[in-house]
Design a protein around this ligand. Structure first.
Ligand code: SF4
Length: 352
């Protein structure tokens, strides 16, 4: 998986790089603040729309960085008001983000890569493998586009999960730079505790994440309570073992004081039996972690099914019996291809 071999977009510049650029263009320092405000506060990334800039500066920025990193390509809305937006990138690839409204929160699910090298068997993003890392600007622009969509719906984004296309630990520096920008008072100022980064468990990445001691939440996409089953569902050889993940969760708690979340996609007849629930419960003992169960959204062409509500309830009851904190994400977006990567996959198929 590589970084994008493209000319950087304006949104890819860090604040200090923008300051330098503005100085090199012979402009007073406050102009950098104006450009930054357009991007980080208003979500405007095309210089031609930055109307308070003097024409010569605007023209120069148009020459250097004419277009935003993302072009809106389409959307779909589920009956439960979950919305998925599809964006076209400068190199013609696609990426998608999801807006998930709930009574007390509005969550945005962001992508960190185009495609995904992890190749989880149940996931549309893994079907074509990993293609490239998203840039900081591409990740940040997703957030701003989703914020705008939320505002149009009379809502404000309250939470982020980096759980869309891609494995964020494979694109660590761009993901963290984008989240820091989203968290910054000079930008959207979204609380760090409302931001979750979800990983299948990539050794160096998880250690780096813990060492940074940021108050972002670390979530492990576990999907199975033992290595044998997990390897069938999450085939990436370099992913951490279940025992290593548990150890990393404990270390993260000890070093940062932050509890970890475990994500578990429930696949009918694969990982949703009472025996697996009991094994999972034993694994959670002493971790203080919370568990997020996600009954599967079927992907056309893949052989997995959603479990019955009764089986989900039984799984929950077994975990709760061990005092595990459990939440279930029910039916969000099941009728809009909301499993990550499905919309992008469909669009690429249409283009062929
Ligand atoms: S579920 Fe996440 S980690 Fe697994 S293939 Fe899909 S995008 Fe990658």
């Amino acid at each position: 998986m590589t970084d994008a071999p493209m000319r950087p977009r304006l949104s890819d510049l860090e604040r200090s790089e923008l300051d330098t650029l503005i100085r090199q263009l012979g402009q007073p320092a406050f102009r950098a603040g104006q450009v930054w405000d357009w991007m980080a506060k208003k979500g405007v990334f095309a210089p031609r729309e930055m109307t308070n800039l003097p024409a010569p500066l605007r023209d120069k920025l148009i020459e250097l960085h004419p277009d935003p990193a993302l072009q809106f390509e389409g959307d779909s809305e589920a009956r439960d008001t979950t919305e998925k937006l599809l964006f076209r990138l400068a190199d013609g690839r696609y990426v998608e983000s999801v807006l998930i409204p709930a009574p007390k929160r509005t969550t945005v699910c962001l992508s960190s890569q185009v495609g995904c090298a992890v190749g989880c068997r149940f996931c549309a993003s893994g079907i074509e493998g990993g293609q490239r890392n998203l840039t900081t600007g591409e990740i940040f622009e997703q957030f701003m586009a989703m914020s705008r969509r939320a505002e149009e719906r009379g809502r404000r984004v309250s939470n982020i999960v980096v759980m869309g296309m891609g494995e964020p630990m494979f694109n660590f520096s761009h993901v963290m730079a984008a989240l820091d920008r989203i968290n910054s008072p000079e930008g959207p100022n979204l609380g760090a505790r409302k931001i979750t980064v979800s990983t299948v468990g990539i050794r160096g990445g998880v250690e780096r994440f813990t060492a940074l001691r940021k108050p972002y939440t670390l979530a492990f996409s576990l999907h199975a309570p033992n290595d044998e089953l997990r390897r069938r569902i999450v085939p990436l050889a370099s992913a951490m073992s279940v025992a290593e993940i548990r150890e990393a969760a404990l270390r993260h708690l000890k070093e940062t004081g932050r509890e970890v979340t475990f994500e578990y996609v429930l696949l009918r007849g694969v990982n949703d039996s009472p025996a697996e629930a009991r094994e999972f419960r034993a694994l959670m003992r002493g971790t203080q972690a919370s568990v997020n169960l996600i009954p599967y959204n079927p992907v056309p062409g893949l052989p997995y099914e959603r479990p019955d509500d009764r089986d989900v309830d039984r799984f929950v009851a077994i975990l709760e019996d061990g005092r595990v904190k459990v939440s279930v994400r029910r039916r969000k977006g099941s009728d809009i291809d909301a499993a990550c990567g499905q919309l992008a996959l469909k669009r690429r198929a249409e283009e062929r």
